[in-house]
Write a protein that binds this ligand. Sequence first.
Ligand SMILES: NC(=O)C1=CN([C@@H]2O[C@H](COP(=O)(O)OP(=O)(O)OC[C@H]3O[C@@H](n4cnc5c(N)ncnc54)[C@H](O)[C@@H]3O)[C@@H](O)[C@H]2O)C=CC1
Ligand SMILES: O=C([O-])CC(=O)C(=O)O
Length: 308
Amino acid sequence: MRRKITVVGAGFVGSTLVQRLAERDYADVVMFDIVPNMPQGKALDILESGPVLGFDTQVTGTNDYADTVGSDIVVITSGFPRKPGMTRDDLVKKNQEIVSQVTEQVVKYSPECIIIVVTNPLDAMAQIALKVSGFPRERVLGMAGVLDTARFRTFIAQEVGASVRDVQAYVLGGHGDTMVPLARMCTVAGVPIEQLISPERIEEIVQRTRDGGAEIVKLLGTGSAYFAPSASVLQMIDSIMLDKKMIMPCAISLQGEYGIHNLFVGVPAQLGANGLEKVIEIELDAHEREQLNKSVDAVRELVGVMGI
Ligand SMILES: NC(=O)C1=CN([C@@H]2O[C@H](COP(=O)(O)OP(=O)(O)OC[C@H]3O[C@@H](n4cnc5c(N)ncnc54)[C@H](O)[C@@H]3O)[C@@H](O)[C@H]2O)C=CC1
Ligand SMILES: O=C([O-])CC(=O)C(=O)O
């Protein structure tokens, strides 16, 4: 029997992810949304790309959670995107309610699934999903770090004229203005970027990375990024579905790692068939530590606002 992945929210991120998953051909995909007929229409459109692209994935659109039953992975993308001038944190109240209700239904039909949260503000929404699901932390992951790191890698590759494949990097911390791109550990084919790019330029690239989401929001005028975000979720799902044990930055509920307890923070994590398999602790210098603490404080404050 084929495995099953559900994507909740058939908006820009959700539907783009479903197209990407369908092309992977390793699981059937269900796309849920509250808007009548819309997920059915998008699912049918994606399904009909199968003969051309050569996949046999069954893609189903639905407004009924019963169709999500027995999913191996559930991705939560439902909720409002920000508008120009807003921070992700401004979405907290509206999206808290949505993620809460969605998680209840997801768990009812797929008690053994691995949840990947995408809805913003990411770290706070992952915290809600963990609480409402009652799942162990291994099965509730947040997507942000892969995306933030992809942006960092893109800008570094452009700067030095290298292939993005040769650029290694990590962005840690919360998915907000205080995220921590680790410039010290960024390399191009193993060479530290400090040997290739001036400190001033590195700082500009770090700041552009922090503002990466807002840059797209401003350009689009309405809605936020979805091509790179959906590709980033796909990388997490690949590692779980294919048990690849890849290490990538994810929002994880830390239990003492980095000296942080019971809070979602972006850290390098190994993902495999069981979801989170290992948190990787990188040794940080004093400056990086200070930046991470600042980011952790921002996430903690937001979680406090939610009253959970
Ligand atoms: N973690 C990350 O790095 C990223 C997070 N995001 C976040 O992902 C979310 C989705 O973004 P987009 O897809 O662009 O937005 P969108 O507006 O295109 O799609 C959201 C969908 O959620 C649906 N929805 C609303 N309430 C629902 C409910 N109770 N149950 C099921 N579906 C419901 C809407 O009908 C809509 O189709 C936003 O909160 C956005 O900020 C977006 C990009 C990156
Ligand atoms: O910026 C936003 O609101 C969407 C997002 O999280 C991103 O693209 O990083």
